[in-house]
Design a protein around this ligand. Structure first.
Ligand code: KG4
Ligand code: ZN
Length: 342
């Protein structure tokens, strides 16, 4: 079974071919970071235009790298939400045209379900069901109980900023440009996480919600007084900020595992690429004895292999979209399972 995945929900134009739901035959990501960087963030209109220019060459390259022809595909899977409306439309209309021209089934994929499915790609051991998923991306931060494929319940979510959003906003305050996450991660590696005291928002004992806007405000207030640090002090600041975010994510994940009696944690979304978070969770897993499953960094950030993986699972479950498939910028993870707006 060969499924083509297409992903254009934000600032990555991506396509991938996945065989039998697990084996990645080709995985192409054309990042728009350099295009948006001068604006300090993603400009939706610019993202749509960039997707229009890039999507067909990206798909052609993907098919060539997979060593197949278009007619070998069993289905075309595409992200139909959540995300930027114009950006999503480019991917969905391209997928519809392709499915129509080839006479192949079309599958609409939820971007968040795609992140959750990334862990099933490749040769490594896969998580057992039920498990806990920590979804940490630029638009979402949530703890999700996954009872079986497609059966999820929301345990907690951010009340304000997402973790990735906090990284990006603090990156901007520190003059690191857009996106801040990767840059803070790099600088934090050489800094002292105890150098700067920053608040940890841990509302309620059993609460599994998150809040990162207070931390961002604390950073802004501090920088207004001291100015932006440089050199070793900047690395210390990055390490301290990162550790404040990581601390909360690890503590809440542990709390959720204990409360739900779950023995396995899947971590996904762009922030799951963060080295500080990966190291802290590995230590927690050793101490508490839970199974830890994190995709390689390139499958944590947006990619189309995860869309093809989820598309393959949906295809086997009989899901088919019509050629009237539309996009939903606020698509929930599952009906009745809203996540905080991005
Ligand atoms: O999942 P993703 O690629 O896109 C969304 O669906 O939002 O996540 C992007 C987010 C951005 O906020 C980015 O700064 C953050 O993930 N990110 C990181 C790292 N790599 C990406 N944050 C911290 N450390 C990283 N290494
Ligand atoms: Zn994403």
């Amino acid at each position: 079974m060969l499924v083509l995945g297409i992903e254009t929900s934000c600032d990555e134009t991506a396509a991938a071919v996945v065989e039998d739901g697990r084996r990645v035959r080709a995985d192409v990501v054309a990042s728009q970071i350099l295009v948006h960087a001068p604006y300090g963030g993603v400009v939706p209109e610019v993202a749509s235009r960039q997707h229009v220019a890039t999507i067909v060459p990206v798909i052609q390259r993907t098919i060539a790298e997979a060593g197949i022809g278009f007619s070998d595909l069993d289905a075309v899977a595409v992200t139909c939400g959540p995300g930027l409306v114009g950006a999503l439309l480019v991917g969905v209309e391209t997928a519809k045209s392709l499915a129509f021209a080839l006479g192949k089934p079309l599958i609409g994929v939820n971007h968040l379900a795609g992140h959750l499915a990334a862990i099933f790609l490749g040769e490594d051991a896969t998580p057992p069901f039920p498990h806990l998923a920590l979804l940490v991306s630029g638009g979402h931060t949530a703890l999700i109980r996954v009872d079986e494929p497609g059966k999820t319940s929301l345990l907690g979510a951010t009340r304000d900023d997402a973790a990735g959003e906090a990284f990006d906003k603090v990156g901007k305050l520190l003059g690191l440009g857009y996106p801040g996450g990767v840059k803070i991660d790099k600088l934090a590696a050489t800094g002292d996480p105890r150098a700067v005291e920053l608040p940890r928002a841990l509302p309620g004992r059993d609460d599994l919600d998150f809040s990162f806007s207070g931390l961002k405000t604390a950073v802004a207030t501090r920088l207004a007084k001291t100015g932006v640090p440089e050199g070793a002090a900047l690395a210390d600041f990055c390490a301290s900020f990162q550790s404040a975010v990581v601390d909360v994510l690890v503590r809440k994940s542990r709390r959720a595992l204990a409360r739900e009696g779950l023995g396995a944690l899947v971590v996904c979304g762009g922030v799951a690429a963060n080295r500080g978070l990966r190291a802290a969770l590995a230590e927690a897993a050793r101490e508490d004895g839970f199974g830890l499953f994190i995709p390689p960094p390139k499958r944590c950030t947006d990619n189309a292999a995860m869309i093809a993986a989820e598309g393959s699972a949906l295809y086997l479950r009989g899901a088919r979209a019509g050629l009237d498939l539309s996009v939903d910028p606020g698509l929930p993870l599952a009906p009745g399972l809203p996540l905080a707006p991005s």
